[in-house]
Design a protein. Sequence first.
Length: 503
Amino acid sequence: MIAETAPTRDIAPAADDRSRWIALVVLCVGMLMIVLDVTVVNVALPSIQEDLGFSQASLAWVVNAYLIAFGGLLLLAGRLGDLISRRGVFLAGLAVFTLASIACGLATSQEMLVAARFVQGVGGALTSAVILGMIVTMFPEPREQAKAIGVYGFVASAGGSIGLLVGGVLTQSINWHWIFFVNIPIGILTAVLAMRLLEKDRGLGLGKGTDVAGAVLITAALMLLVYTIVDPAAELGWGAGRTLALVGVSLALIVAFLVREATAANPLIPLRIFRSRNVSGANLIQVVSVAGMFSMFFMGSLYMQRVLGYDALQIGLAFLPGTIIMGILSLGYSHKLVMRYGARTVMVPAFVLITAGLALFTQAPVNGDYVTHVLPTMVLFGVGAGLGFPALMTVAMSDVEPQDAGLASGLVNTTAQVGGALGLAVLATLATTRTGDLAAGGDSVAAALTGGYQLAFALAALLMVVATLIAAFVLKSDRSVRVTAGDGPAELATTEPACSKAV
């Protein structure tokens, strides 16, 4: 009997382990679908404008409608996962996103497309907000957790550049409708696999956080803030009366929310999560670094399109080397380095590399050559992001109690979205102003555009310097980083040899 039952004890854990890693792939496919959607749509905007008759001003709402819903609901969606069920919220998000993608693909009017994009943003928020929380509870052992977060970090960071390539192929070979239709089989397959592979979970219960007033306040504040960033701030400038008024209302709503959460018996979002130096510092880094890095994707794409004359497919291919490097490092090496040296020790030099890449981009000339002026930035960015962002995700989820993992996951995504929208609005505005000044001074169109992009890259590099300094001086020492360990006790991810052997 012993001989017969022994293999069963060996095989069952192995099968369970395989299921967890397959479940991770399912979660990351869901995340990739959400991330791809943003840049895929950006590539197709000219075709959408021509087909549906959008004006230049109204065309922005194809993107803005999605961002407002997505950025506004992430924090609430993450907390709902903690209170109800992360698996349930993830599946609900997939359903909403997939159905909205059908509506987007079938859109025959501007109003229909913009409304469907808003609903798509709701689904995207529900889907992505809980993923990181599920990952840290599925992989409680520090080494496995670091590896799993590396996979997630690659998808979240590289998805944008992959979207440029996919969007270029679909738009040029078929039509823009297929950038949405392609989500349908992916969404259905992901949902089917998720129902089979993701374990059912039960949240704390709505009674632990049924705070309707808090939910209304934070959702309204974030939606209004994102709307202000992507519309009046971008169109009228940050000094305009309307922009300042809306920013003031957004901040007042946030203050009211914080007061409500500090006094509510069952707050929607317990403020204790911000007591962690690592959680607060990592999210601050997320805001600043993503604000800087968005310029490389957005301004870099515009530089290649408007100055170098690349088409959509060529732009996607231009980003490909950085994406490949990012994938190799995120999937194969980042978790090993994090476990060997600690997350902060890996993050700081990685951010220095991204800063160096952006600094190199400030020297890109009018008659730039890809190998000389673009590829080095892509390589440095790929190495830096491939190592730095998985480490950042690890820190952002450290010091988080298991019951707050969904909230922490939603918080990380929220700060990324707000930072990206804020950084893009500010840098794009300053770049446009610089281009206008240079054109007025007699520079050619190409030279004026290049000067504007160079300014944006320089400011982005400064933002990355700030992010690097925060990582170096605000985050706790790597020897004291506590890694969330599911429902069990936390473990220390340190550089001590004994601990390394233990994990």
